[in-house]
Design a protein around this ligand. Structure first.
Ligand SMILES: C=CC1=C(C)c2cc3[nH]c(cc4nc(cc5[nH]c(cc1n2)c(C)c5CCC(=O)O)C(CCC(=O)O)=C4C)c(C)c3C=C
Ligand SMILES: [Fe+2]
Ligand SMILES: [Fe+2]
Length: 346
């Protein structure tokens, strides 16, 4: 049995042009785990409305953050892959859930190198139906259809690993060294509340208001995105010794008219600025790689909102990207799996 690793991130359009953005958004938003309504309604919403209105505006936003080498999310994921590859003896491939760098190509690359046992590593610290689950399901479908002899091992969310929390905390401390700030916002990508209810394995325990998310000691949170975001914040705050009231958790990037997880990041920035906060720092732990949602929505739009309401200093903490110590966290996850598998076969 030869082992291989497949890192999987979200994906980006091939170019920031409206045509490519439209194709990418079409694939992304027609995923039943992203816009989770019946097919007829998804067709109407995505093909009938969103794809006729959004691609132009999204393309403009992508053009603002695009690099000479390509999409920041893809370039940064490739750099991370290279660093993980330098740390381990198994082949490490990279794929995207949407767009041209497909999971099928990533699996094929590993199979061509002789791998028969593949660990998939979604590049998401917190579980969500729209991220980790859609990757896991896609991998299962592809394996059943094209690679029936391959053994796949999934990787659960890693938000509560000590090494991850330590690296995330260090990255924040490094950026804020010498910077004066009054409040740190932990802004996570939002999801519709309905997604949380669908992933709730406790028969309606999840109340969406934080009561369930802080209950201790149960497996019930294995699939609760909200809990995993809240706990990421709590653990980092503990590691950094942040005082109560100097940090908070919010959710960004909502789409459509359904209720999404609250509080919303943009409204919180506005409210805090209006209430007199002058110096704010913001970190985005649901994103491993800087991307449209961090470089444009937070670093550009978020800063603009803050300044409009009287805020002065808005410090954006970069994602973990291709930090050597973050590559080491992924290496630890891989090595733990490899040694467990070895013990099982001895
Ligand atoms: C119903 C819509 C969406 C859900 C649910 C959703 C969840 C979700 N997304 C990420 C990570 C990323 N999303 C990104 C972009 C993006 N997301 C949506 C919609 C939903 N996301 C849209 C329409 C877009 C495209 C941009 C736009 O038009 O505004 C990105 C950036 C991609 C890039 O190329 O840079 C990331 C990353 C998570 C983690 C998540 C649930 C937890
Ligand atoms: Fe998204
Ligand atoms: Fe919960």
């Amino acid at each position: 049995m030869k082992k291989g690793i497949l890192l999987v991130n979200l994906g980006s359009p091939d170019t920031p042009n409206p045509k490519d953005v439209k194709r990418y958004l079409g694939e992304f938003l027609m995923d039943e785990r992203v816009i989770d309504v019946p097919l007829w309604a998804r067709n109407l919403l995505v093909k009938g409305i969103i794809l006729n209105t959004r691609p132009k505006a999204s393309a403009k936003a992508y053009q603002k953050i695009w690099w000479d080498e390509g999409s920041p999310l893809i370039v940064l994921s490739e750099r991370l892959q290279e660093k993980v590859q330098n740390n381990v003896d198994y082949p490490v491939a990279l794929a995207m859930r949407y767009g041209s760098m497909t999971i099928k190509k990533g699996l094929q690359e590993l199979v061509d190198k002789g791998c028969t046992e593949i660990k998939t590593v979604p590049l998401y610290p917190q579980f969500a139906m729209a991220t980790t689950e859609t990757i896991d399901v896609k991998v299962d479908e592809l394996v059943a259809e094209y690679f029936p002899d391959i053994k796949i091992t999934r990787t659960p969310a890693f938000y509560h690993r000590k090494d991850y929390i330590s690296v995330l905390s260090k990255s924040i401390a490094e950026k804020l060294d010498g910077i004066d700030y009054e409040h740190i916002l932990f802004s996570y990508h939002g999801v519709p509340e309905r997604h949380i209810r669908k992933s709730d394995v406790t028969n309606g325990n999840c109340k969406m208001d934080g009561r369930c998310c802080f209950k201790k000691g149960s497996e019930q949170h294995e699939f609760c995105y909200r809990h995993q975001c809240e706990i990421t914040t709590v653990n980092v705050a503990k590691a950094l010794g942040l005082k109560n009231g100097t940090y908070s958790t919010t959710f960004q990037s909502r789409l459509g008219f359904d209720p999404w997880l609250k509080p919303y990041t943009d409204r919180t920035i506005e409210r805090m600025g209006k209430a007199g906060t002058k110096k704010m720092a913001i970190v985005t732990p649901a994103f491993v790689s800087d991307c449209l949602e961090t470089l444009e929505e937070i670093a550009m739009e978020g800063e603009e909102i803050f300044h409009e309401v009287g805020g002065k200093e808005f410090t954006v903490i970069p994602c973990l990207n291709d930090r050597e110590d973050f590559a080491q966290v992924l290496t630890n996850i891989i090595e733990e799996w490899a040694s467990k598998e070895k013990a099982l076969t001895v």
